[in-house]
Design a protein around this ligand. Structure first.
Ligand code: TXA
Ligand code: MG
Length: 342
């Protein structure tokens, strides 16, 4: 592992950037910032390079990897079909936190898509990610740069903590601005299907497409019910994580009381509840704004987890579609804690 700091406006003439691009072309791994989370990148058309991603993450072979490209033109080169819905969404949201799932192009190795017929493709908005993709001149497969099932990294230090022993060049471009992963939408057929909520909200997608976007869980038949890697354990903290209802200090206190005095609990709550809890736990206060909350969430979970609390109690977000992606990540983190307790 090697960590280099790099200017956010670095261009092809930056020595770190050109070295990183060269490393990607040669089949090596490069971790880089995107606006959502840090990605662990490899040459998407080089099977041996893609295998290094799976090995470094300990990622199961059935979980496909998103292909990152510099623009929509490059996206077309990795898909077999570019649909009208893909065109609409790419025009509105790229570069940005949206992954389009489309029929896979013949050039994409089966290992990138875990043997599926479709590929996820995204143009990230972070200037460094775009500069790296342009300099590399190859599509870059990149999952989040963490060990499989861990909380995603939103800083370069998180990447080092997660993947410290792997042979990776890490570009440190500061903290990620969105903070949770991209929205994943299947736009291969007539009816778009939301596979993972994320940086772009479902109502924004519907406004642009002019048709309803089904949630994966609402789609019957043999369409996969969610993005394949989203099933089961994910986004796990080491400590078990439990959710408490929004705005209910009594319920928070009841959950916190389950921890022992020797190993105090930790809590992630909104300000009103923090005032009511007083000294009951090690508390981190979260903003009542979904964008700011997302930007801070993964770092907050890592910070609490590092104190090895008996458990982490998280106050659920308030109702409202703008909190959908956050509710999704938090409920998966809670479910993961259940899984690992078994
Ligand atoms: O924001 C993001 O999407 C970040 C940054 C690095 O771009 N990447 C990321 O990758 O979150 P990862 O591998 O941690 O999550 C990718 C998700 C998984 O749930 C995977 O199952 C889904 O996207 N996905 C990827 N390719 C797919 C495909 N061909 N069909 C269905 N789902 C796919
Ligand atoms: Mg991930």
């Amino acid at each position: 592992m090697e960590l280099v700091h790099i200017r956010p406006d670095a261009g092809a003439d930056d020595p770190h950037l050109s070295r990183a691009a060269e490393r990607l072309r040669a089949g090596g791994l490069v971790a880089f910032p995107t606006e959502t989370v840090y990605g662990l990148g490899a040459h998407a058309l080089d099977e041996a390079a893609v295998a290094r991603i799976y090995a470094a993450k300990g990622r199961p072979a059935h979980n496909p990897v998103i292909v990152h490209v510099a623009d929509a033109q490059a996206a077309r080169s990795v898909v077999a079909e570019w649909t009208p819905h893909a065109e609409l969404l790419a025009r509105c949201f790229w570069p940005g936190p949206l992954t389009l799932v489309l029929p896979k192009g013949a050039c994409v190795p089966a290992s990138v898509v875990a043997g599926l017929e479709k590929v996820g493709v995204r143009v990230p908005a972070h200037p460094l990610a775009l500069a790296l993709l342009r300099a590399a001149r190859v599509p870059v497969a990149a999952p989040s740069a963490n060990r499989s099932n861990e909380v995603s990294p939103t800083t370069a230090m998180h990447v080092v903590e997660s993947l410290g022993s792997a042979d990776v060049l890490v570009l440190d471009g500061g903290a990620c601005s969105v903070g949770i992963e991209s929205t994943v939408i299947d736009v291969s057929g007539p009816g778009p299907v939301l596979l993972r909520p994320g940086g772009v909200a479902r109502d924004e997608l519907e406004r642009v497409l002019g048709v309803p976007v089904a949630r994966a869980s609402e789609v019957a038949g043999d369409t996969p019910r969610a993005a394949p890697g989203m099933l089961g354990k994910h986004y796990a903290t080491r400590a078990s994580l439990v959710l408490a209802p929004h705005g209910d200090a009594g319920a928070l206190r009841a959950r916190l009381s389950k921890a022992s005095a020797a190993q105090p609990p930790a809590a992630l709550v909104f300000e009103a509840s923090a005032r009511e809890l007083g000294e009951a736990a090690r508390i981190l206060v979260m903003p009542l704004d979904p964008r700011l909350y997302a930007r801070r969430l993964y770092a907050a979970l890592r910070e609490l987890d590092a104190r090895a609390p008996a458990l982490i109690v998280v106050e659920s977000p308030p109702p409202g579609v703008e909190w959908d992606a956050l509710r999704d990540r938090l409920s998966r983190a809670a479910a993961s804690a259940d899984d690992s307790a078994r």
